[in-house]
Ligand binder design. Structure first.
Ligand code: ARG
Length: 559
């Protein structure tokens, strides 16, 4: 429900109930069914105060309230006060607000979002799809809510594996075509090293020695390592571009190298560090968690140490209010440990660090996708396959479509994004190609197609749209769509508060379903209600456009 409409109810109730405006505002609910009106206020919290049943309070209030003209009626139903706004009034409110940005948040926050964050020398895999699209959607949600957002790429660019890779590079680089296929060559080196090291474990020692050189700043090894990062970033940039992803900062793991000593010092001073079999750990028994490993026996720092540093950097140096890590559920323990260590270090902001975790993809036909070299499902291959399939479909069904390649990109990539975001992130997802690419199921193409339909109706009108509604929309289909469109703002708020973009994706699906009900039943162009119906189409179009933008999906002009 639009905030402006909620405010009307708040003003009406504020002198009638012993609650402040904020409490009333946050208690207002959206009734599930159309018959229950546009907003509902539960009377349960008042039962104790008035010493009466909620339903009795609701009944008394319903008869006493002096309604403003915009509110048609108020009813007492099962302990709720249900408010029915005048249809014409909400048409007007919707149209006025549809192109405006959301009202500013009560408290503007600075938010760090760590997302996508792949590992140098390795192709992004299907797990990174989730880390990428969920992260970008939450980024967009936060921005749309008026917050300041910093998207961070916590690139996996440090660790003993880079000593191994440098060793492999010096040994075998001439076997590969680094000039023309730098990234594939790098990954091939990575896979080869690990395969051969199984037979020749001494290679691991050579790799560790090389990493030591890197840590000590040996210029030659440093140069090679930087090259690895450059090659990998070039590759990732291509994918991010295809997905429309944007980071504001690259702060790879290596960025924290010269901050780790400080982390250890603080831990030491606070008496939190304990030696255990030559390694340094922070015990977390009181939380029923295994100890957090800070430094290994051989002196090497760890992923966790760098994440402790990453949180301190974001909260103390960047001065963020909220620090989000969009990372798979397989790292739940890691983040629990990191956050508990921060809490023990006495940082009051530790509670504002959150692991935005997500479930895994399950594939039926892994065979077709798994890369020849490593056993992973590569993201670039998934996107390519989706685009190709859409292209084939367009060639079959609509061969004269202008800008076919562009549309295939928009629809193919959009399908993969939507197929991910439509699922509650905490759940595992069964990947099903038919479902993802279908044009009439709960899919990205279905939403894009509905938007294209709205646009084409408006284009066919060929005249400037009216600037205001002239009469009340009266059919149940129109009213249902109208009421749903009013809830966009609320949906966005909920999606952001819970970091759950699937609420937006599902809202868009419902929008399309309600629009299609309306459109199949009622003529728009040429009807006597033409002008008002066109405005309803316009509001649907705008809502779909805004929603797709939040999900980071493009919308084709035609399809
Ligand atoms: N590079 C890690 C991976 O690919 C994800 C990093 C997530 N961010 C973090 N601050 N730990 O699994």
């Amino acid at each position: 429900m639009l905030t402006s409409l909620k405010q009307k109810v708040v003003s009406l109730l504020k002198d009638q109930v012993p609650l402040d405006r904020k409490t009333i505002l946050s208690s207002l609910e959206l009734p599930k069914v159309l018959e229950h009106g546009h907003l509902a206020m539960p009377m349960f919290p008042l039962a104790k105060i008035f010493k009466k049943s909620p339903q009795l309070i609701a009944q008394e209030m319903a008869t006493q309230l002096r309604l403003p003209p915009e509110i048609e009626k108020v009813e007492a139903v099962a302990g709720y006060l249900n408010f029915h706004f005048q249809t014409f009034f909400i048409q007007k409110e919707l149209l006025e607000n549809i192109t405006k940005p959301l009202p500013p948040p009560a408290q503007r926050k600075k938010i760090a979002i760590d997302f996508s964050s792949p590992n140098v020398a390795k192709p992004m895999h299907i797990g990174h799809l989730r880390a990428t699209v969920i992260g970008q959607a939450i980024y967009n949600l936060a921005k749309a809510q008026g917050h300041e957002v910093i998207g961070i790429n916590h690139l996996g660019d440090w660790g003993v594996q880079f000593g191994k890779l440098a060793w492999a590079y010096l040994q075998w680089k001439d076997d590969y075509d680094f000039e023309n296929e730098p990234f594939e060559s790098l990954y091939a080196l990575y896979v080869r090293f690990h395969k051969e090291a199984e037979k020749h474990p001494e290679m691991n020692e050579a790799g560790s020695a090389m990493f030591k050189k890197l840590e000590e700043g040996d210029p030659e090894v440093q140069k090679i390592w930087k090259e690895f990062i450059y090659i990998s970033m070039q590759e990732y940039e291509k994918l991010w571009k295809q997905l429309g992803v944007h980071h504001d900062l690259v702060r790879g793991e290596s960025f924290y190298n010269d901050r780790l000593e400080t982390v250890e010092k603080i831990l030491e001073e606070k008496g939190l560090l304990v030696e255990s079999e030559g390694a340094l750990v922070v015990p977390l028994d009181e939380f029923n968690l295994p100890p957090c490993l800070i430094r290994k026996k051989d002196g090497a720092s760890l992923y966790a140490t760098r994440d402790i540093a990453s949180a301190i950097y974001r909260m103390e140096e960047l001065k963020c209010d909220l620090n989000l890590y969009v990372v798979g559920a397989d790292q739940t323990l890691h983040f629990q440990q990191v956050f508990k260590v921060l809490e023990k270090m006495g940082y009051p902001w530790a509670k504002n660090c959150h692991h935005i975790s997500f479930g895994m993809y399950r594939f039926k036909d892994v065979g077709k996708l798994s890369s020849r070299k490593g056993q992973i499902i590569r993201l670039d291959e998934v996107l390519e396959k989706a685009v190709q399939q859409i292209k084939t479909l367009i060639d079959e069904k609509n061969p004269s479509l202008p800008q076919k390649d562009k549309v295939a990109q928009q629809v193919g990539v959009g399908a993969i994004i939507f197929n991910d975001l439509v699922n509650d992130r905490v759940k595992d997802v069964e990947f099903n190609w038919n479902k993802a690419l279908s044009f009439d199921g709960d899919s990205g193409p279905y939403v894009q197609y509905c938007l294209v339909r709205c646009r084409s109706i408006l284009e066919k009108y060929q005249k400037p749209l009216p600037t205001a509604f002239s009469q009340e929309l009266s059919s149940p289909e129109e009213k249902a769509l109208l009421r749903h469109l009013l809830n966009y703002e609320e949906t966005l708020q909920k999606a952001f508060e819970n970091f759950k973009p699937h609420l937006v994706a599902n809202y868009l699906l419902d929008t399309c379903k309600l629009f299609n009900h309306f459109y199949h039943k009622h003529k728009v162009l040429g009807a006597s209600e033409e002008k008002d119906r066109l405005l309803l189409v316009f509001c649907t179009q705008k809502t779909l456009e805004k929603g797709l933008k939040i999900l980071n999906m493009e919308a084709p002009q035609a399809m």
